[in-house]
Design a protein around this ligand. Sequence first.
Ligand code: FAD
Length: 424
Amino acid sequence: MILPGAKSLRRIAVVGRGTAGSLAAASAAKLLPGDDLELHHIYDSRIPVIGVGEGSWPSLVQELHKLTDLPHETVQQRLKGTRKYGVAFEGWGRRNRDFTHFFTPQQVSYAYHLSADLLAELLHESTRARHIDAEVLDISRVEGGAQVEFRDLPPERYDLVFDARGFPKELHPEQHIDISFIPTNTAVIRRCPAVIGEDGDGPVLQHTYTRAVARPHGWIFVIPLTVHTSYGYIFNRDMSDLADVETDFSEFLEADGVSEFEQRAVIPFPNFVHRRIFDGAVARVGNAAAFMEPLEATAIVSAQLQIGMILHMRLNRPVENLERDAPTVNRFLIDTILRYGLFVGWHYSCGSRYDSRFWRHARERVWPRHRKAAAPEAVDCAALARFDEMIELLNRPVIDQEDWNRMCAVPLTSYAQMSQNLGC
Ligand SMILES: Cc1cc2nc3c(=O)[nH]c(=O)nc-3n(C[C@H](O)[C@H](O)[C@H](O)COP(=O)(O)OP(=O)(O)OC[C@H]3O[C@@H](n4cnc5c(N)ncnc54)[C@H](O)[C@@H]3O)c2cc1C
């Protein structure tokens, strides 16, 4: 098949070797096989990857099979993974409090709980690239491509550069949309013994769920892998003292019957979307492009979307159209990620079983900011209108069959499950 854009994609660089960079390099190598592509995978081995990111969406199962050419069972075992059928909420909202948000079709569609380090390793094995261990100082768009500047090497010019360098150091309003309607900004990570064991020689078939347990200072995720169980307390450091969070975390683990744990990290995080994810030659992906707290595990799936859209657009459209196409792709990506953000922020709108300072603040002060933060004049896209349409659909006495497959980043079935159970 002749791909009109392939001739303009001879040299690609991926900067960053975390989940996003590894996915980008594997995807580029897969879509442009053979000797026509010179792929450089650049990273600074002194800058660690974030290393969390163990929940996913079902599209990753197909994607990993495609990228590695390995059977699903092998992929799952290599990732020390379990099959995630949804998120089990405990103590959320004002109606059912304990309920599950299933992927659709329910009990059929599954994603992985996976080890982030092993995912990167698996992807590297199937990616043919030149590896460059060096610090990148700058990535900029230049005539006909992009230029990467290094600390100790001469600059290199590429047709396309994926910038997967992780979180920005700080947010600037002219560059980043601050999604300030998300009420959390810090995670404490602990690692505990596995509760799900390997099943003989095969992959674990048992249905598992990410637990999302409401707590006075925020919520705790519990992710079961076959090597360990990951726990993370997500909270707001401007509302709660770390020491109080650690104490509540320990009480929770004790009540959960967990007697030992390894303290892994305290990770502050921003909630934002970059205004320029893609400019035609530089593509920000992963945590460099956008981030929101991990309640619905939206980061890896967003990275998949960014990488897939950008590579397909560059390959399938003639390069002459690039100046017109790039802003359209950029707006589409911002719009979709903002929709994820609105979906996640909405989870807090009905509070939880705790009438604590954090939950009152989240419900009464933070969520109401979404109208201003996502207003079309502030974000240049229609994410808020599309989100409002989903809520309006849910409030109709009858939802017409033609609307059953509607999506606003996630399917209508996800909105319906959350709305029914949270009571909003
Ligand atoms: C608490 C928490 C829980 C999460 N849970 C989930 C989840 O369940 N599901 C999910 O999808 N996501 C989750 N995430 C998001 C997760 O972080 C991302 O999915 C994923 O790890 C993407 O990271 P990244 O590859 O963009 O960046 P990183 O992992 O930070 O990698 C950055 C890379 O860039 C390189 N680098 C940086 N600067 C330079 C430089 N100047 N020169 C050269 N190289 C450089 C580094 O060496 C590194 O290789 C979670 C995040 C947090 C904070």
